[in-house]
Design a protein around this ligand. Structure first.
Ligand code: BTN
Length: 252
């Protein structure tokens, strides 16, 4: 069904489940093969980053989780996986909609025309030595055109951008193929390619942008992203480093 070597070869489909990530987590007890994909058309209790909810209208969007075993990544470099997923997803969406301007918003949201088109929730299972499994949960706004009020101004779908309907499984096929290509690059040790692709498409990189720090809108210059995943910003001639929960991005 998918033109890949191992991603999606074990394809687990549910009509309706609360969360593909939660289901994938349960599956880990059965030692699923690397590349297993859990997919549903109706996710009723989708989870987002930092304990938030991920709302997705029934049968309109892509909601799935991919199970990987990136045991080759040292724990202190785990953010590389996050970068790889963001880079692969951005690149796949660019292939789906060639005339769109897709960017990565730190840490790993995907933007189209400065609005959020896709979100990523990575949940890792660690053992004594390092990472044993990684669950890559991805939600992409595909055909949904009405969003809840609180995100209506900041969310966008492929349909809203292009005016046409998309075949959800065809979008998935492109995403899985791209994910496999970038994952294999990472496995081959081509970290620099992932890093440079990430920075090349990072929203605000080497620009002055506005962010909210401790509830206050402030102007900062985006210097880069550290190995740990913290963002490096320059403010008033001083370097400052932030974790994801310490800062809120205000998009133009
Ligand atoms: C975010 O931007 O907050 C991350 C959203 C991740 C949503 C996806 S949808 C499929 C998978 N299952 C979940 O419960 N969440 C992720």
């Amino acid at each position: 069904m998918f033109d890949t070597l191992f991603i999606g070869k074990n394809f687990v489909v549910y009509d309706e489940i609360p969360s593909t990530n939660s289901y994938a987590q349960q599956l880990l007890a059965e030692n699923p093969p690397e590349g297993t994909v859990v997919f549903t058309n109706r996710q009723t209790a989708g989870r987002g980053q930092a304990g938030s909810e991920w709302f997705s209208a029934e049968e309109k969007n892509l909601t799935f989780s991919l199970i990987l075993r990136p045991t080759f990544i040292p724990i202190d470099e785990l953010f590389l996986l996050s970068k790889m997923v963001a880079v692969a997803l951005r690149s796949a969406l660019q292939k789906v909609q060639e005339d769109g301007h897709f960017q990565i918003k730190w840490a790993n949201d995907i933007l189209l025309s400065h609005k959020k088109i896709a979100g990523i929730l990575i949940e890792n299972q660690l053992d004594g030595v390092g990472i044993s499994y990684s669950i890559i949960g991805i939600g992409i706004n595909v055909n949904q055109i009405h969003f809840p009020k609180d995100i209506a101004d900041t969310a966008i779908s492929l349909k809203q951008f292009s005016g046409k309907d998309f075949e959800v499984l065809s979008v998935l096929a492109i995403v899985l193929k791209e994910m496999e290509a970038f994952y294999l690059l990472l496995k081959e040790g081509k970290k620099n390619m992932i890093e440079s692709e990430y920075l090349q498409h990072l929203y605000g990189y080497q620009e002055d942008i506005y962010v909210e720090i401790a509830g206050e809108k402030q102007q900062v210059y985006v210097v880069g992203v550290e190995k740990s995943g913290r963002i490096a910003l320059m403010q008033g001639g001083k370097m400052r480093y932030f974790d994801i929960k310490e800062i809120k991005w205000t998009l133009p």
